[in-house]
Design a binder for this molecule. Sequence first.
Ligand code: K1U
Ligand code: ZN
Length: 167
Amino acid sequence: MALLNILNYPDRRLHTVAKPVAQVDDRIRKLVLDMGETMYAAPGIGLAATQVDVHERLIVIDLSETHDELMAFINPEIIWTSDLKQISEEGCLSVPGIYDDVERYEQVRVRALNEKGEPFELEADGLLAACIQHEMDHLLGKVFVEYLSPLKQTRIKTKMKKLATAM
Ligand code: K1U
Ligand code: ZN
């Protein structure tokens, strides 16, 4: 397995729209494992392929404290959303140190392929629902800070650019 480099906001590559995975093969299975390892090391609870500069529709999520419940969603689609929304605090491995409130659907139903290329569906609520929506936004080239006010976005960009030049 390998640790992958995570792109930092405001890198323009984070705004790339991902293409569907054409075939679930050994390359994709290795990418799932490498993304899992990268997410655990960060540490985080989710990671989208976009964040490691791979522009294919693949996300990984593990909410467990023991890091043994890795879920891969290949070509994920949200097929149902609740009427109700919830506001919860989010972070992002591409925007380190920044946490803010985002409004998302309270519950979603997602359809995707697993690492064997088999279709599955999952209904999620709470943090898992927020995480799925956050990661799927990455696949559309959207970073969570884009839900914040223009003033906050400008401040975050300035902070991230300063951090990048200090390194
Ligand atoms: O996509 C990402 O950048 C990962 C992000 C996912 C996420 C977090 C919270 C709400 C929605 C989506 C993170 O994992 S940020 C780090 C984080 O939340 C965390 C880190 C260590 C332990 C527990 C949580
Ligand atoms: Zn993120």
